[in-house]
Design a protein around this ligand. Sequence first.
Ligand SMILES: O=C(O)CCC(=O)C(=O)O
Ligand SMILES: [Fe+2]
Length: 269
Amino acid sequence: MSKTQYKKFTFGEHLTDEQIAFFNRNGFIHFQGFTTREKVDEILRSTENLQKDWIENKVEKIKGVPIKYGVDVTGQTIVHRFPFTSQFSEPVKRFIQDSHFQELKRLLPEGARIAENEKDGVIFNHYVNTESSNFRQMGWHTDSMRDIFYGKKIMPMLNVGLYLDDSSESNGGLRILPGTHRQNIMSMMFRKAYFLNNGRDKNEMLVDARAGDLVIHDGRIWHRVAMAPVLGEASRRRVMYVPIIVGAYQPKSEQSRTPLYHHFQKLVK
Ligand SMILES: O=C(O)CCC(=O)C(=O)O
Ligand SMILES: [Fe+2]
């Protein structure tokens, strides 16, 4: 059994000193009920429409970032991983423009911004476990390692996860190693085999979240998504990630090349 006993918070108008201190100490923070069922449903519907459009038009990449396709429990084609989602979904756009969401930038130095058109943009992940699933887990990794792939210095970044389904051990669930955002660079590079290692860690913390919850993690923290112990509908897990970053503005365009780390991400199944 993974540990789940960590403090969960409720978001008010502003981040509190306690919340900021918790985040700085542990490298993650969980806000329960950050948004409503209604907004969750709106976002889900918009991604279903977008999926239909991308399938019909056989879209393979957005600005150099591959769209990950697979099959659903019904055998229908689905999109498992949508890049740059906020550029195609009004409800997602509205969600990140909301003042509550904007307040999260305060967890980073002055001048932090939402990477809507940088890196992979806002990512929407849709996992489902079937016999032939193409996306049912994600091995251990840190998100900041991507900076190294680009040959850059690691810059502070947050990944803000909005849950669109309830998520816990029963459908896989996010596992994190609290405090690893304070590790040295060697440990960030070599603590585990990137994406290939799916094994349980005795110190891993299971994130137990409901649809509408927000779980933010520091880009340097080690995390993985476990495989659901069941097949089919009960394994469905949808979560959206909004990167908040600092540093030089590096926008993507249709001419952008596919980043090297996506060759690693192909190993994720
Ligand atoms: O699905 C999740 O909760 C985590 C996804 C993730 O780690 C990533 O996309 O980098
Ligand atoms: Fe990640």
